[in-house]
Write a protein that binds this ligand. Structure first.
Ligand SMILES: [Zn+2]
Ligand SMILES: [Zn+2]
Length: 182
């Protein structure tokens, strides 16, 4: 079992798998990820998980959190982006790293089928450019989870445009949210 990254809301369920037969928990730490997925050079190199007849690529994308990865399922064309890209507030703790990771993700997906980009949260509403306030627990009109590769390109363009001075930027389907590490 592996994670997108090490934040508490993504690893809290680990203890439920403790000691379960046939389950290996891959801790969300850079060295552990490198070893588990054969990534010699972090974050430039892409690793993989061989499920047998099905390979999932593991793309290091630090920037939201240091031990962040994306997963690409070659069989379905689904790209799992964790907290890097989803319909909500994209919290960036290390801007240069996050930008470089987004560039590599764009590069990686070039020429590959991307059916859906799936992240881990929804904070965006169905009203373009508008997100629900922090802490909202009832979102009857929330944005759908699925995004596409166009959103990845839109994210990269937004980041490049604010490179000199990272600022909060509300886009139609997500909000770029540079901030200090928590
Ligand atoms: Zn997170
Ligand atoms: Zn999260």
């Amino acid at each position: 079992m592996a994670h997108s990254h090490g934040h508490g809301d993504h690893v809290a369920g680990d203890k439920g798998f403790d000691g379960m037969p046939g389950v290996t928990i891959v801790e969300a730490a850079v060295a552990t990820l490198q070893k588990a997925f054969a990534i010699d050079t972090w974050p430039e190199q892409v690793g993989s998980i061989d499920l047998g007849q099905r390979v999932v690529d593991v793309i290091p994308i630090p920037g939201h959190q240091p031990a962040h990865v994306a997963y690409y399922d070659r069989k379905t064309g689904i790209l799992l982006t964790g907290d890097h890209l989803y319909p909500g507030r994209l919290y960036i703790t290390d801007f240069p790293l996050y930008l470089a990771s987004t560039r590599r993700l764009v590069q990686f997906t070039e020429g590959k089928p991307v059916a859906q980009v799936l992240g881990c949260h929804i904070e965006q509403s169905t009203t373009p450019f508008v997100d629900y306030p922090v802490g909202t627990t009832y979102q009857p009109r929330e944005h759908r989870l699925e995004l596409g590769r166009a959103h990845l390109l839109e994210l990269l363009a937004g980041l490049e445009q604010m490179q000199a001075k990272p600022v909060k930027l509300a886009l139609r389907d997500f909000t770029i949210f540079p901030r200090a590490p928590r």
